[in-house]
Each structure stands twice: as structure tokens, then as C-alpha cells.
Design a protein around this ligand. Structure first.
Ligand SMILES: [Zn+2]
Length: 328
């Protein structure tokens, strides 16, 4: 899939979510007020924050879609990461709101207070919310996998956490409407439980995107695959100083390969290009690869060929390597 096409798809999928969230906000707010349900009003405020989040995400995609330019040599992929972290933050806020709301009502009940009984329209709104949100989860996660987008995956899980939270609201509302009496407390208790689930989702999204923003290395499995590709490339005797990171949907690899010191510069360059092509073949054409070729000098009692050698040479004075680049 082409670079721009991928973002157009992401914008389209998020746009569908935006309209669903807007529709749910309006209907749930109406049902909450008419149906005398504070829980449904809170649920509608949640949908409103989701609607606002969608605007942020679409804005993020619009910018991330811009190709590499003179002042952004690595593209704009990180903006997608930044919007994912904003979704994480907003989820934290919403989870906190639901938690406080649920705790307050539960405390009120525990102190012998009266919780008002909601009416059926609030229950219908909750049912509609559960069905449409679960549908949106499946729709969004399928598209997220198609275009391999972290921001879209985050949004899909958000849809599901919305479905769960509306399911909680629905259960509580059902008990409050049909059983009445002390069952009314199920509504706020369910809200407390659901807020914890949303906290967990928010933490995961936030953790992943912040790690990417601070240039964390790729996971062990991916790095292992990269090592294997470099090691297998013909002419590479050893390598060192492998550095990896993620830029939006793409990965970046820096590596220093060691080649036979009898080779001329053209041959050494061909091996470097071969490493680059092999990596791009596996990780996609938009992989950022920087390969430096150096003559292979076997350390006294050193490592066997075709292996990764330690990042710190035995004698840095003797080996002018890319690991020890002094400022000019
Ligand atoms: Zn939500």
C-alpha cells in the first residue's frame, strides 16, 4: 500500500468513528436527561471526549501523511505516535472521571442516600452504544491490521473499552430499572470496575507511544531478525554498534559492518547496499537504513567471523571506528 494511501485509509476509518461518536454523544445526552439517568449523562460526556479525540487523531494523520521534506528528513511519522499518546492521556482523564463518578454514587448509597431510578430510554441508549461500539472495534482493528497503524489500533481498543463501559452502564441500568431498591447501587459499582479496565488500556497505549517518542530500541524478536539478516549478507565478516528505533510506522536501523580489508571502496559499498536492500525487503521500502563499512581487523584472541563484535573496542586509539566518533 502506498504511503499516502495508507494515511487516507486511516483518516477514513477514524472519520467513521468520529461520526458514530458524535451521534452517540447527542442521543445519549438526550436519553440521559429525559431518562433521568446520571450514568447515561456521564456516558454521553465520555462520547463527547471520544469525538474530540477523533479530531486530534485525524489532525495527527493529516500531518504524518506529509512525505519527507528538507527540514524533516525522517518524515513526519512521529506525529502519529504523538497523537496516540494524546489518546492515551485522554483515556486516563476519562477513566478518572468515571472512577470518581462511580465512587461518589457508591458512597452516597453507603451513607443511606437515595439513588434515583432511571427510565427505559436510558437503557436503550446504552444498548445502542454497546452494539455500535463493538461493531466499531471490529471494523477499526481490521483496518488497523491492514495498514499496520499503532494509532488506529489504539483507537480500536478505545472503541472496545467504550463498548465495555456502556455494557456496565447497561447492566447497572437494567438492575436499577427492573429490580429497583438496593440493586440501584450496581450502576455506580460497575462504573468503578470499568474505569480500572480503561486505566489499563490507557497505560498500555501511553507506555508504547512514549517509548517510541524517546527512541526506545525495537523488541528483541525484531532486533534478532535484523541481526540475522546482517550476519547472512555475503561479505559481512562481523558487525557492531547496531542501533534500532521506530519512526511512526517505519523502523530505522544504524549499523557498522566489517568487511575484508583487502576490498576496494566500491566493493565495500556494494556490500553495504546489499545489507540495506535485504533489510528493506523484510521491513518495507520506507525503512531508514544507515550502514557504515569498515575494514575487518581481528582482535587478538577476538571473535569468530560473521558475528556481532562488542561495541567497545579493546583499544579505541588503535581502531578508528564509528563507535568512537570524536567531535571534529
Ligand atoms: Zn471512549
Amino acid at each position: 500500500m502506498e504511503y499516502e494511501e495508507r494515511f487516507d485509509k486511516a483518516i477514513q476509518v477514524t472519520g467513521v468513528g468520529l461520526f458514530v461518536n458524535l451521534g452517540l454523544t447527542v442521543f445519549k445526552l438526550f436519553a440521559g436527561i429525559v431518562g433521568n439517568s446520571a450514568a447515561m449523562v456521564a456516558d454521553s460526556i465520555h462520547s463527547l471526549s471520544d469525538f474530540l479525540t477523533d479530531i486530534v487523531v485525524i489532525f495527527g494523520f493529516q500531518i504524518a501523511k506529509k512525505p519527507v521534506d528538507e527540514s524533516h528528513n525522517y518524515g513526519h511519522g512521529k506525529i502519529e505516535t504523538l497523537s496516540a499518546s494524546l489518546v492515551g492521556i485522554m483515556l486516563f482523564v476519562v477513566a478518572g472521571q468515571i472512577l470518581l463518578f462511580g465512587l461518589r454514587k457508591t458512597l452516597l448509597f453507603a451513607e443511606g442516600g437515595n439513588l434515583e431510578q432511571p427510565s427505559l430510554i436510558a437503557l436503550y441508549a446504552a444498548l445502542l452504544s454497546v452494539i455500535s461500539k463493538e461493531f466499531m472495534y471490529h471494523y477499526t482493528i481490521r483496518q488497523a491490521r491492514n495498514i499496520n497503524s499503532m494509532a488506529l489500533t489504539a483507537n480500536a481498543w478505545h472503541h472496545r473499552s467504550d463498548a465495555f463501559s456502556s455494557l456496565g452502564t447497561m447492566t447497572g441500568l437494567g438492575a436499577a430499572i427492573f429490580l429497583g431498591g438496593k440493586w440501584v447501587v450496581l450502576d455506580p459499582l460497575m462504573a468503578v470496575l470499568l474505569s480500572i479496565i480503561i486505566f489499563k488500556v490507557a497505560l498500555k497505549i501511553f507506555h508504547n507511544s512514549i517509548n517510541e517518542l524517546i527512541e526506545a530500541s525495537l523488541d528483541n524478536e525484531t532486533e534478532g531478525k535484523i541481526r540475522q539478516i546482517i550476519r547472512k549478507t555475503e561479505g559481512v565478516k562481523a558487525f557492531s554498534n547496531l542501533k534500532t528505533r521506530r519512526i511512526g510506522n517505519n523502523i530505522a536501523v544504524d549499523v557498522c559492518i566489517k568487511v575484508d580489508n583487502a576490498l576496494d571502496i566500491g566493493e565495500a559499498n556494494r556490500i553495504s547496499i546489499h545489507v540495506e536492500h535485504s533489510l528493506k525487503k523484510t521491513f518495507g521500502p520506507y525503512t531508514y537504513v544507515l550502514v557504515k563499512a569498515e575494514p575487518y581487523v581481528r582482535e587478538p584472541g577476538g571473535k569468530p567471523e560473521d558475528g556481532e563484535i562488542p561495541e567497545h573496542p579493546v583499544n579505541p586509539e588503535k581502531h578508528e571506528t564509528c563507535l568512537r566518533k570524536q567531535p571534529d
